[in-house]
Write a protein that binds this ligand. Sequence first.
Ligand code: HEC
Ligand code: HEC
Ligand code: HEC
Ligand code: HEC
Ligand code: HEC
Ligand code: HEC
Ligand code: HEC
Ligand code: HEC
Ligand code: HEC
Ligand code: HEC
Ligand code: HEC
Ligand code: HEC
Ligand code: HEC
Ligand code: HEC
Length: 330
Amino acid sequence: MDCYRCHTNTNLAGKDSKVFKGIQFASCTNCHKDIHNGKLGNVCTDCHATDNFKNVRLNGFDHDKTGFQLLGQHRVVKCGECHGTDLNSKPEHKNCTNCHKDYHKGEFISSGKSGECSDCHTVNGFSPSLFTLELHQKTRFPLAGSHLAQPCQSCHYSGTEWKFKKDNFECVSCHTNIHGNEISAKFMGNNNCSNCHNVENWLKYSFDHEKTEFKLTGKHTQKKCYDCHKKDESVTPPVRKFASLNTYCESCHKEVHNYQFKTTGENDCLKCHTTSNWKPEKFDHNNTRFSLTGAHSLIECEKCHKKAESNGVMFVKYKIEDFKCATCHF
Ligand code: HEC
Ligand code: HEC
Ligand code: HEC
Ligand code: HEC
Ligand code: HEC
Ligand code: HEC
Ligand code: HEC
Ligand code: HEC
Ligand code: HEC
Ligand code: HEC
Ligand code: HEC
Ligand code: HEC
Ligand code: HEC
Ligand code: HEC
């Protein structure tokens, strides 16, 4: 540095001379103004070297002696981020919100609480929060079953931001109705998944089949749901069929009789069968116009009911319109 910056001119006996003696240098403040007004102490070298005042070493300064301890994450925050350009300033610090803007955009304020960050956060970091499961049980959506095991993110994090207020929290606000139109309004109500489901496991549903138009009887009670309720693979994604199933027997069973017994619009298998087996348990030949008596009751059915064929379909012919003795006994 230029010698004359310190050895300034003085007037000695009418002549300009440089001062060499008596220059005060015990403290930096002999020549430098303490812009901190003494607030940071008078040992400038705690923080400054002589190269550049902007290069600050802060190990010498104990912020805790101010009314605001620097803890947790605040320790690594640059002085200026709180103080701006004026280190003598005393920033407000009653609430975190004095310095932190509301990340949650009023979500917690609007629910009647102060929204004060310290209710849920500490200076050690914003994540994880202090909002515990116990507190969650007091919200409008207590967590139960499989929901307890979910990370907070899966319900509250969009991938870019946290969101805690929900307009509604019916199951369908988070879960897709995978049933399409296959659960009728009678059982679904207003998206009431809980009519059948719980929050443990989707496949541990409860449903009373008696309430449908199709009561399960006989062999049907021993069948798996999926034996009847198959997936319709023609749609994407495939949907398991419930409401769109027909209740009439031939929608699932082969019409082996070539519609012989179909009377105007009706093809009632239950006239002769039950759901227990395909023997004609409810059929009584004596209720036909041709009772089986005498020798006739001892002979096999197929002696009178022969195999027939119509349009390539084989079937046993039960309808016999002409049954005079002579028709069969000539
Ligand atoms: C940063 C300020 C500063 C600068 C720059 C500086 N000096 Fe000094 N100099 C001092 C101080 C303070 C004293 C007084 C020391 C004392 O009183 O013991 C001093 C003392 C002296 C003395 C007198 C020593 C004695 O006999 O007591 C001489 C000679 C001198 N300086 C020469 C120079 C020259 C030449 C330069 C330029 C190369 C220079 N100084 C630059 C601060 C400075
Ligand atoms: C005798 C007077 C004198 C003393 C004592 C003195 N300085 Fe300086 N210092 C100067 C002068 C003169 C300059 C150059 C002019 C200026 O930039 O203010 C300077 C410049 C500096 C600079 C570079 C300027 C800048 O703005 O970055 C730093 C840093 C500095 N001094 C730190 C110190 C520190 C720390 C002490 C105490 C250990 C100290 N000085 C003691 C006179 C002094
Ligand atoms: C506890 C640490 C600390 C102490 C002690 C301290 N300072 Fe500072 N000083 C700072 C900080 C921090 C800044 C701001 C640096 C910045 O703006 O990047 C600063 C800035 C300055 C600046 C202004 C630099 C500029 O160009 O903006 C000067 C001049 C200065 N200090 C002088 C002093 C003097 C003189 C003393 C001794 C009386 C002193 N400081 C003691 C921490 C300290
Ligand atoms: C996280 C914010 C924050 C950071 C970072 C921070 N301060 Fe502070 N500082 C404050 C607050 C708040 C106060 C006021 C305390 C009070 O009211 O007594 C304060 C007070 C002070 C004071 C006392 C001011 C006065 O007028 O009494 C000084 C000096 C100071 N800080 C210096 C620093 C320096 C130097 C740094 C960097 C090492 C720093 N601060 C970093 C928040 C901060
Ligand atoms: C009712 C409790 C509550 C209040 C009040 C609250 N937060 Fe949060 N905040 C949370 C929860 C819970 C998270 C999610 C944290 C996690 O689990 O990672 C969060 C996350 C955050 C995050 C994101 C953290 C990350 O790493 O993704 C920030 C930033 C944040 N909060 C800031 C604030 C601020 C600032 C305030 C005060 C204005 C505040 N919060 C008030 C509960 C709260
Ligand atoms: C005087 C101002 C001030 C006050 C009061 C304050 N902070 Fe900070 N805080 C800051 C600044 C500035 C930062 C650094 C910038 C940032 O990350 O927002 C910070 C950073 C943080 C960080 C680290 C941020 C991160 O992303 O990792 C956390 C956590 C934090 N503050 C929590 C709090 C909590 C909790 C409170 C209340 C108990 C609080 N702060 C009060 C100013 C303040
Ligand atoms: C299965 C989904 C789900 C999971 C997992 C979940 N939450 Fe929630 N959370 C909700 C729903 C739904 C609400 C109710 C929203 C409302 O009342 O508006 C809620 C409310 C909240 C609220 C707001 C409370 C209030 O009073 O406004 C906070 C904070 C919260 N959850 C934090 C968490 C945290 C932290 C976790 C992880 C430990 C978590 N949640 C896990 C669904 C979930
Ligand atoms: C706020 C969002 C939300 C709401 C509301 C919600 N859930 Fe969940 N639920 C989830 C998340 C997230 C998972 C875990 C990811 C997944 O399996 O979809 C989950 C998982 C489940 C699981 C376990 C899935 C598995 O295979 O492990 C069941 C069962 C379940 N929820 C049922 C329900 C029912 C029933 C309702 C309505 C009473 C409901 N959920 C309401 C978010 C929610
Ligand atoms: C009337 C009863 C009933 C209602 C109401 C109902 N479900 Fe189901 N759900 C079932 C049955 C039965 C199954 C098992 C058959 C299957 O896998 O489709 C099932 C299976 C599921 C599965 C598991 C599918 C798989 O293959 O893992 C999910 C997810 C599901 N339901 C979601 C919902 C949702 C969401 C709602 C509300 C919108 C809902 N269900 C309403 C009866 C119902
Ligand atoms: C033997 C075939 C069969 C079996 C086995 C069966 N179902 Fe059904 N299911 C039906 C028929 C047919 C309907 C009537 C559809 C209708 O009323 O439109 C029906 C109706 C339903 C409905 C109501 C759909 C609606 O909204 O109208 C549900 C739910 C259902 N079944 C679930 C089950 C479950 C769960 C099981 C296993 C425990 C099961 N079913 C076993 C044939 C069966
Ligand atoms: C939604 C489909 C469905 C409907 C409708 C249906 N069934 Fe079934 N039924 C089945 C299935 C699946 C089985 C088990 C597989 C099989 O034996 O064909 C079965 C089995 C049976 C059996 C037992 C067969 C055996 O040899 O064990 C009888 C009998 C039977 N059904 C009668 C009926 C009668 C009668 C009706 C009309 C009242 C009817 N079913 C309506 C699906 C249906
Ligand atoms: C009028 C009485 C009657 C009606 C109505 C009737 N069946 Fe039959 N069905 C029989 C008789 C008789 C047999 C032969 C029993 C035997 O060979 O043991 C039979 C046998 C069957 C068999 C077993 C065929 C085989 O090859 O083993 C099936 C399957 C069957 N019927 C289905 C139906 C279906 C489906 C309906 C309704 C669409 C129906 N039946 C209506 C009388 C009837
Ligand atoms: C001796 C000849 C004879 C024998 C043996 C006989 N049937 Fe018939 N069956 C008839 C005649 C004739 C009719 C026509 C009666 C009518 O149209 O009312 C008939 C009608 C039927 C019908 C049709 C009923 C209707 O509603 O249309 C069935 C089913 C039937 N028989 C089943 C059987 C079975 C099962 C056996 C063996 C157990 C059997 N038949 C043995 C002569 C016989
Ligand atoms: C639909 C055909 C059919 C009709 C109609 C019919 N039968 Fe028969 N009948 C038979 C057959 C088949 C046998 C057994 C003969 C055989 O094994 O060759 C039989 C056996 C008999 C036998 C026993 C003969 C023997 O050799 O053991 C007598 C008796 C008899 N029928 C009388 C009658 C009389 C009477 C009528 C009129 C009321 C009549 N049947 C109507 C088909 C018929």
